[in-house]
Design a protein. Structure first.
Length: 277
């Protein structure tokens, strides 16, 4: 079952906010009047008048909880929807840039402010740039988030042939760095992996290839307006635009910023604070 945390957060924030506001506007004035009347009952001792007035002012338990939780939930909602959101890397498709178990922060306003749940853009701030590592809603199942690298922009022609990337007819330069020596991934398909440095419009980043593996999806793609072409840095082990097509602009979530924790088989403090490039 898919769990929509954003929807749950919106509902909880709305319910607690409505309860708190309804009490403040409709019920609190009545409590204040009753308390004032009790304080003016000179027939009662002063201590008893004060006790009864305090009891009359006391909020219902539901209102008390709503008043306590509403500002906290609202703060989380605003931060998560418009500023930054944490994500966990579940697979090795972005190795060696991102490892399985990395927890990352994603900039939610880099590609425009969007309403939570609806994902409707309300303010255009910026657009993805070639080389960005970005999070988006998987086109074939928008309830699932994917993370890849922006390879093709609207209007670009992308060709991937013999493990070589071409953009608008120009071969993207890459240089060999050496064999891969980092952590493995759950499928243990890292034997013989090579790490290369790819230069993508001024963004130098590492990619990984398996020379012995012949990838099945090669070809040329023309990126339509309003769409992006995405690929994983683990080029021979990534389900990306080569297989399922383009990323619609409406599916964008945000730009990956930094690794704030890694927890796969224990915490790897060496990756904490790594800026994602």
């Amino acid at each position: 079952m898919d769990f929509d945390f954003a929807l749950l957060l919106v509902i909880l924030t709305g319910v607690t906010g409505v309860l708190w506001l309804a009490d403040r506007l409709l019920l609190a004035p009545g409590r204040k009047k009753r308390a004032a009347a009790l304080e003016n009952m000179t027939s009662l001792p002063a201590a008893e008048r004060k006790t009864r007035a305090d009891e009359a002012l006391r909020e219902p338990i539901v209102t008390e909880y709503a008043r306590s939780f509403f500002p906290v939930l609202l703060l989380i909602l605003v931060f998560r929807s418009f500023l930054a959101e944490p994500f966990k890397i579940p697979s090795g498709s972005m190795m060696p840039t991102l490892d399985v178990g990395d927890f990352i922060l994603v900039n939610k306003f880099a590609y425009g402010l969007r309403l939570p749940v609806l994902n409707t853009k309300i303010l255009n701030v910026g657009e993805p740039k070639r080389g960005d590592v970005f999070v988006f809603r998987y086109p074939e199942n928008p309830k699932e988030d994917y993370i890849k690298r922006v390879i093709g922009l609207p209007g670009d022609e992308i060709t991937y042939r013999n493990k070589t990337l071409f953009i608008n007819g120009k071969e993207i330069p890459e240089s060999y760095l050496g064999p891969y020596t980092g952590p493995s991934e759950p499928t243990n398909r890292m034997t013989g992996a090579q790490v290369k440095m790819e230069q993508l419009d001024g963004v130098d980043h590492r990619i990984m290839e398996l020379p012995q593996l012949q990838i099945g999806h090669e070809g040329t793609w023309k990126v339509p307006d309003g769409y992006y072409f995405a690929m994983g840095d683990n080029r021979d082990n990534s389900l990306d635009s080569r297989f399922w097509g383009f990323v619609p602009e409406a599916n964008l979530v945000g730009k990956a910023l930094v690794i704030w924790m890694n927890w796969d088989n224990g915490i790897d403090f060496g990756r904490v604070g790594t800026v994602i490039r």
